[in-house]
Write a protein that binds this ligand. Sequence first.
Ligand code: SF4
Ligand code: SF4
Length: 380
Amino acid sequence: MAFHVMLVPTLGCPSNCGYCWSSEEGSPVMNIDIIRETVDWLRDFRQEPVTFTFHGGEPLLAGYDFYKEALPLLTKGLKKLKPALALQTNLWLLTPEMARLFKEYEIPIGSSIDGPQELNDFQRGDGYFEKTMKGYEIAKEQDLKVSFICTFTSHSIKFKEDIFNFFLENGFNMKLHPSLPSIRDEEPEKWSLSPEDYGELLIYLLDQYLDHFDEISIMNIDTLCKSAFIRRGTVCTFVDCMGDTFAIGPDGNIYPCYRFVGMDDYIMGNVCDHPTMEDLNHSAPMKLLNEFKDFVDEDCKKCNYIKFCRGGCPYNALAISEDKVKCVDPHCTAYKTIFKEITKRATKEMLKSATMGLGGQTDPAKKSKPTIMSIMLKSY
Ligand code: SF4
Ligand code: SF4
């Protein structure tokens, strides 16, 4: 089983998005020595393949020289772990020199845009759209692979058609992200999307996807369908992420995930101490996350989707319960809605094709419309 290490070179960010919970003014920037220590630590930590994602804050604040040193250190120093690399950035600080470097390592880029300019800038701040698109052009000149996360909020959900059409017309693949209540925020609920709205949005996007199957990819719908098909989660939200995902903050502190970076109660150790997996398992945050896992086993035991939902994201659950294990991911309602819809439609499709196999008629000249099964089988 592969594991995932998120490298957070800083929590600083030049943008100031209304609903962001992962940036912090005045945050220090990671020194390259932390990357050296990370390589030394991971060399004998585990033997499975590793994926590194540079995340933030805004990771490009670390600058070209940092990446020029960090990328060979990670890929050569940990060659036996077959490291894969990824980067999540708003692209504002991308230079042609950096883009060439990222191309050399074939690093896929995830960026963020919430839809058409006016809507995006209302949520993310004036000038955001233009700066991100400028970086996007630089990335495209170097033929880098870029996909966009679209954060849907209680405001932007009203414009879901405009947002979907914007992605479709611009040829952007979509990964959607529901705005969440934040553990750090003073008004945690202000932008957050209700579970009911999120569930309806997923069904809307499922329908749109089936209508435009060859024109766009909606990654969440892909993973939801695939998870339901193989009956196992295929992204961190729908598996027991604890112990297979870590994040390293600017000072080398180790956390269970980038979402917890900067929160002292969630420090599991430091890369400079080269902790073993057993050391991390004994840390207070890991005990809390394992408590969440046990809670899910009990609380979700009657749910049809437990095998491929696993109670959702523990951060989302802890964010609304003051860091105590009291509930599952508050998006449970949305997950139930979409898993129910996917399984219902897939069953109907299977019954229909079985009936045809028994002598039902179909016109072979007629091109069939994509189905749930088409999505389920997409990456096979
Ligand atoms: S805490 Fe949530 S976002 Fe982080 S790895 Fe786990 S499921 Fe994913
Ligand atoms: S859908 Fe809800 S009840 Fe079912 S496993 Fe997920 S979180 Fe638990």
